[in-house]
Design a protein around this ligand. Structure first.
Ligand SMILES: [Zn+2]
Ligand SMILES: [Zn+2]
Length: 280
């Protein structure tokens, strides 16, 4: 099996380390990776940036700024030229899905269509109970502040989150692009801290519909190691049970370190690749 990392970041995340892409690539080569997809957070939609304040800081340190886009693209192209003999580097973005900003996301994806090879499509922002968007994974305090009122009915929070995921896949289908669905169970990021329950049968049915959509659309799943690193989470995204169901459907699962620092590269690769290969 080719050793691939399908989800990695650079300095342009604004919330990771300042290590250079060359340092990530040296490490990936050392770890024996054959393929490496650079998937920086695509610029957030302009109207979102104008209004977002839950929390305000996340407006500035969640993604590439528009004015940095060219620099990011040059950085990846230069890495391809320099390291191309040693590792296959692919051009990518991690694109945020927002139901309210589909037009802006479409414009971005189509404008950059000739450039990118792979897209990780993710949901990091979800409406709170009042309907205002808030960051899911900024930190536990932010999660509690905006989603705390949901915690007495966590299945409803899960249902709202998976509805956004479902919408994101239907959106990709309408655009006719194949994506890798990012960290499918991110809503569980602080599950230990807030004692989140397992998914109810209704939510599981919703997840099964999502898996069927992923399969029908020819999409992939980001088998993301970052959840293992979060002490409040402690498991992969998606969860092991969802991985098993995805495998039964024959959905491709692609390891993603979601590295925001060089030291994240390759973490949990062995167990994830074993889970991908072993028969359920
Ligand atoms: Zn993400
Ligand atoms: Zn990411």
């Amino acid at each position: 099996m080719r050793k691939k990392d399908g989800h990695t970041h650079t300095i342009y995340s604004h919330h990771g380390s300042q290590e250079q892409l060359s340092a990530y690539l040296d490490r990936a080569i050392e770890l024996g990776f054959d393929e490496y997809v650079v998937t920086e957070h695509a610029p957030l939609p302009a109207p979102f940036l104008l209004s977002f304040n839950q929390p305000e800081k996340a407006r500035y340190d969640s993604a590439l700024y528009d004015r940095e886009l060219k620099d990011y693209q040059s950085l990846v192209e230069e890495a391809q030229a320099k390291y191309g003999q040693q590792i296959k580097i692919k051009r990518g973005f991690e694109v945020d899905y927002f139901a309210d900003y589909e037009d802006e996301i479409q414009v971005f994806l189509e404008k950059e269509k000739g450039w990118w090879d792979e897209i990780v499509l993710s949901v990091h922002f979800l409406p709170d109970k009042k309907g205002d968007l808030a960051a899911i994974d900024y930190d536990a305090e932010t999660f509690e502040q905006y989603f705390g009122p949901d915690l007495d009915q966590p299945q409803q929070l899960f249902a709202r989150y998976f509805q956004a995921i479902e919408d994101s896949i239907r959106f990709a289908d309408r655009l006719g692009i194949k994506v890798r669905v990012g960290h499918l169970t991110l809503i569980r990021i602080y599950q230990k801290r807030f004692d989140l329950p397992d998914f109810s049968p209704e939510v599981q049915a919703q997840i099964d519909r999502i898996l069927a959509l992923i399969k029908a659309g020819g999409h992939e799943i980001d088998y993301n190691a970052a959840g293992f690193r979060k002490k409040d989470n402690g498991e992969s995204y998606p969860t092991a049970a969802i991985v098993q169901r995805a495998k039964r459907l024959g959905i491709p699962l692609v390891y993603g370190s979601d590295a925001h620092q060089v030291a994240d590269l390759g973490l949990h690769y062995e167990e994830i690749s074993e889970n991908i290969m072993k028969n359920s």
